[in-house]
Design a protein around this ligand. Structure first.
Ligand SMILES: [Zn+2]
Length: 364
């Protein structure tokens, strides 16, 4: 995440503080100072740091459980609304998603229990919510119980929403589970925004976050499911304009003017791609090369996708690389088409609205 600083590493995961989190601490300190002077400012900031240490521990519950399934987490960022663990991928199989989602709240339960034991708190202590009179063990225990309850609200992408989606997916399959989880999450998002206007503006932010990121993640998951069982050859564009390595920059300019592809494969004499020229790199190329410069001098190395690759995994890779299009080749390594974001989006649309239609693969 941009605008954040790394303060250390735990087990290969960088812990980062976002600038808004630092401003939040500053604000806590200043309001403490205003109400009761320096000592109060120090206590407020220290307490807030302890709270966020619990938030980090919660995130590490998720991170360590995900690691058991081979999922690495390069970094976790602290924001005023909580921690965001940047996992390499989000576990989608319900039997992985469920334990990963539960591991975070489980950490808060363990911390609250330990604090209650060390602070010798009795259940009666928790019947009063008068925090002003409570000691630090008591206050932190209450914070952890609130984190536990709040995170288990079944609003995707909060932990409870992930638990709900995983349980639904185990029973109904992901295709039916995703929209149900999405609608429940959106209902909670509206509720949070409404409650936020009355009680606490932070809830408005959380409501918006749930609506936007929950909807986006579940829709992306649903789109990938629509591609299930397809191969790259089923979805690629097969009317592709290409260049020969011996052609020149003026041929490239000509092709760009008369077609609308994002990039153009460069082929050798046997039709095998040996390079690619992107439309977006044209300004740079025009600045540094002249009309007779051969294509081989201005192309970049291509990434090549065999036509038989499962479409879902090809799309995931393109997502990761932020690629707009990929060159598709047959078993002999010859160009047969291009897979583009455009053709993928159309395939998702057709498969979502007309799932019963057979897909006619282009022969590769
Ligand atoms: Zn969590």
């Amino acid at each position: 995440m941009r605008w954040s600083v790394t303060i250390g590493y735990i087990g290969g995961t960088a812990i980062r503080l976002h600038i808004t989190f630092l401003l939040f601490l500053l604000w806590i300190g200043l309001s403490g100072y205003h109400s009761d002077g320096l000592a109060s400012a120090r206590t407020s900031v220290l307490f807030m740091l302890l709270v966020f240490a619990c938030v980090v521990a919660h995130e590490f519950g998720h991170i360590l459980m995900a690691r058991r399934f081979g999922i690495k987490t390069p970094d976790v960022t602290l924001l005023p609304i909580g921690g965001v663990a940047n996992m390499e991928r989000i576990p989608e199989e319900p039997w992985q998603e469920l334990p990963v989602a539960l591991a975070g709240p489980a950490v808060n339960l363990v911390i609250a229990t330990l604090l209650a034991l060390f602070g010798q708190l009795s259940p009666a202590d928790f019947s009063s919510l008068d925090l002003a009179k409570a000691g630090v063990f008591h206050q932190l225990a209450l914070v952890n119980i609130s984190l536990l309850i709040f995170n288990l609200v079944p609003a995707f992408p909060m932990d409870g929403g992930r638990v709900l989606r995983a349980i639904l997916a185990m029973n109904l399959g992901s295709k039916r589970a995703n929209p149900i989880a999405m609608h429940i999450g959106q209902a909670f998002a509206f509720l949070f925004v409404a409650l936020g206007f009355v009680f606490n503006p932070m809830l408005v932010l959380i409501g918006i976050f749930i609506f936007v990121s929950g909807t986006a993640e579940l829709q992306a998951g649903q789109s990938r499911l629509a591609l299930d069982g397809l191969r790259v050859s089923d979805c690629m564009e097969n009317q592709v304009r290409s260049l020969q390595a011996t052609q020149t920059l003026s041929d490239v300019a000509d092709l760009l003017l008369h077609s609308s592809q994002h990039s153009y494969p460069v082929l050798d004499e046997s039709g095998r791609p040996i390079g690619i020229i992107d439309r977006t790199s044209l300004p740079e190329i025009l600045k540094s090369a002249d009309a007779t410069t051969p294509v081989s001098a201005i192309m970049r190395p291509p990434r090549i996708l065999p036509a038989a690759t499962p479409l879902e995994s090809a799309v995931k890779d393109m997502d990761k690389l932020r690629a707009e299009s990929e060159i598709v080749v047959d078993g002999q390594g010859r160009l047969v088409g291009m897979l583009t974001l455009h053709s993928i989006a159309e395939m998702v649309l057709i498969r979502t609205l007309k799932p019963q239609w057979p897909v006619r693969g282009r022969n590769a």
